[in-house]
Design a protein around this ligand. Structure first.
Ligand SMILES: [Zn+2]
Length: 270
């Protein structure tokens, strides 16, 4: 009988040397993929840099997949995968990121905003304005075989909403995406990475199977999966350091203490 892959690893030094066997699977956070110098929030990676990063992952024996597939593989003890996520549902995903992902044999989860079809990232005051997927774009995205997840309806800080507004953001976005893709989304991604227990429970009650946060926090669980922000500056050594840091943090399991306070707002601002 194989060892339980989810069992806590008592051999910490060894797990540090082999971070891909750690308990928490590694999930990377991207946003927009395009060529630009105007990127005050550090949310844009060029297609060329994305290709370099995917090649680096492959050199480490890792292939990128969507989070639902990653979770299933992890539960079955399959390794060699890393989660790729693209937040906000930028329209550039289809023509910039997708060809690169396909060339590298990767899939990903794209967290879309069905309440802002064809809109822009108005929540980033400094801009630049980046177009979001239209509803047709979300349909096209689903047809590519990529996983479509929900980022809520409008990109609001869910911890600041009333119970009714929170239900609307979680339940209605799931219904809309289900109508567009023919399949209710399994994944939810918290705007700004902010969540608390009430928000997390609302996501579970809405029928989602997992929730993506940003940095590890006190609520780390299937509904607060920590992720690693990836930027244009991330190449070999920086990626290696981020991989290692995630491996070292993998002890942040449900119920454990963490440096971040609740509600969680850490590891990035988007
Ligand atoms: Zn976002």
């Amino acid at each position: 009988m194989a060892a339980d892959p989810s069992a806590p690893c008592a051999d910490a030094p060894s797990s540090r040397l082999r971070p891909h066997t750690r308990r928490q699977p590694w999930i990377l956070t991207y946003h927009s993929v395009t060529d630009t110098d105007d990127d005050p929030y550090g949310i844009t990676v060029s297609p060329r840099r994305l290709a370099e990063q995917l090649a680096w992952l492959r050199s480490r024996g890792l292939r990128g997949v969507g989070v639902a597939e990653l979770m299933r593989a992890h539960a079955e003890g399959r390794r060699g995968l890393v989660g790729l996520t693209f937040d906000d549902g930028y329209a550039d995903f289809l023509h910039e990121a997708l060809p690169v992902l396909r060339r590298h044999g990767c899939t990903a989860t794209v967290f879309v905003l069905p309440g802002r079809p064809g809109g822009v990232n108005e929540w980033d005051p400094l801009g630049p304005r980046k177009p979001l997927l239209t509803h047709d774009g979300v349909r096209d995205l689903a047809r590519t075989g990529m996983e479509v997840g929900s980022h809520g309806l409008l990109h609001r800080d869910l911890t600041a909403l009333t119970d009714e507004e929170l239900r609307h953001e979680t339940v209605r976005s799931r219904e809309l995406i289900g109508d567009l893709t023919g399949r209710p989304p399994e994944g939810f991604c918290y705007p700004y990475g902010t969540l608390d227990r009430r928000v997390m429970e609302a996501v579970g009650a809405a029928g989602y199977g997992y929730g993506c946060a940003l940095a590890p926090g006190p609520l780390v669980s299937r509904f607060a999966l920590p992720r690693t922000h990836i930027s244009q500056a991330d190449r070999g050594v920086r990626l290696w350091a981020k991989d290692l840091r995630h491996g070292l943090r993998h002890g942040a399991v449900p119920g454990s203490r963490s440096r971040t306070a609740s509600p969680v707002r850490a590891g990035g601002t988007r």
